[in-house]
Design a protein. Sequence first.
Length: 216
Amino acid sequence: MTAALLQRSGYPVITANREGWGLWETLRGRLKDLGIVVLWIDEAHDLFCADRHLILRALKSLMQGDEAVIPILSGTERLHEIVRSDPQVQRRLSTLILPPVSEVTDGASVVRVIREYCRIAGLEPPLDADLIPRLFHGARYRFGRCIETLVGAIEFALAAGASRLDIAHFAEFWAMQEGCPPGGNVFLAPDWPQIDPDRNEADDPPARARARRRRA
């Protein structure tokens, strides 16, 4: 990660024999030279697959000294647990947990986001009245998944040469991501609120067994 950050900053080619901590100190100096005061690391939970204590120590070093930088770490709930495992890191960082999106509080904002993404992509925005509740349900009421689904739907629309984004493009992307039949697609099924996106069909009883129970 340190080597990637240095390369993104325009630093010269890094030799393979440089040690990790030496690279980290070089990165700190590089950030100071460039006047960078905020470093945002997305998917940060993946960093801790290696030496958790070494990485937490590196993060603490970012926030110390004359060249102190403000780190922003974003990721899954697991990231919050990792940060809490080190009292010094936890004391230096504030935690913001994004709540689930709601049609009442966030529906209008997401509509504006969709319109802006469509404008950038050169598409007319969708007209489907029930798109937002279906989108929220399929995205497990998580904002990041809503955006991921939106981008995927736009890609399908552009690939098809469409002039307008519509719910069918969302259905195509969601079917590809979830591997679901049309009847289990939240963007197609009439009874979409009854669909559990996280249901594992392998755990369902066989259809014959279900039929016997209904007859009984």
